[in-house]
Design a protein around this ligand. Sequence first.
Ligand code: MN
Length: 424
Amino acid sequence: MEAANDPACGFPLQNLPYCVFAGDDGRPRVGAGIGKSVLDLRQCKGAGLLEGLPTAIQAACEARTLNMLMGCAAEDNGALRGRLMDLLGAEADEATRDAVSSALTPMEAAVLLKPVESANYTDFYASIHHATRVGRLFRPENPLLPNYKHVPIGYHGRASSLVVSGTAVRRPRGQTKPTEPGGVPSFGPTRFLDYEVEAGLYVAKGNRLGEPIGIDRAGSHIFGISLLNDWSARDIQSWENQPLGPFLGKSFATSVSPWVVPMAALAPFRVPAQGRPPKDPKPLGYLWDGADQSAGAIDLTVEAWLLTAALRAAGLAPHRLSRANLRELWWTPAQLVAHHASNGCNLLPGDLLATGTVSGREDATAGCLLELTCGGEQPILLENGETRSGLEDGDEVILRGFCRREGLPEITLGECRGMVAAAI
Ligand code: MN
């Protein structure tokens, strides 16, 4: 517990991210991260530590995923978070401390499971820098499509292949374009496997079918945030992409981090939405809210690291591929939610909305190899002399995310890891 007081630990009392972990009996249990431990919320409930809280939220603490928690009313979730802070805080009496201590498991010993069963997964394209850099590869003279600054672009991803951090990702096979004009396409393991650094937003209470969510309320429909790696097979993607967008080049796997950081933990790190140059179009009314513009973005750093088999074998540290910040996204989380529901599409508790690749203006901030290598043309050089244009078997991609500001304890999103396994 003392570890939580270290301002750099990432899991202070102000964070309390939720997770699902395997209990001693093997059953999935809802937990909360504190210091270097996981607090077992099922055990807390059993010990009477949650008494007085609404029945629904107590039941959600005994569930096998975070879905029920996400479907509870915002004020009930606020009450639970308040109770956990009281239980773990310095003011707790001795009996409480004893009961809490027995519900703690060392984080390094805990097996963290997939936290949410998302019925739906949507991937957006919220970074204008990513869109511009990728667009430049195909349309150097006109990189950004004319709709970009008006409509949040996204596609419906595949929920069934969401996997938790640590799950190996099998190199997919797929169809790629003929090597010469008029030739025959080929089918086989992708030759350009890539990752995408993203943040995932989990929907809290949803909306009824046919009833949009107003932009002024959209932020309150987000439960929490996590890291997400949108694995991408670029050669498959580029061949299948026209005209309906991403399909099998994306749906083979998407990794999510085990921790879900509640939006309440990020409140001190909310910042103004990225300023738009005065001559740029103002978004339409359903996407425009003064409060969202002044405090709707998040000052959250995301990084991608690469640990190759050779680096691992030599005991060397992972190579940092990029570092970017969510505050540079063109669209805020609330705008993504409001847009998604603007046609009446019903969002469900636990649905996952990803930001799209988080890239900044500078080249070292590019959140995928497609950008970092200029479409695979300029391989990156690692410290041990290896080069990469696409990921190789045995490569592990590690995403990290954190909020850091002078005078505040660090809030971590933890890690999202995935190693590439050879194609079958
Ligand atoms: Mn993506």
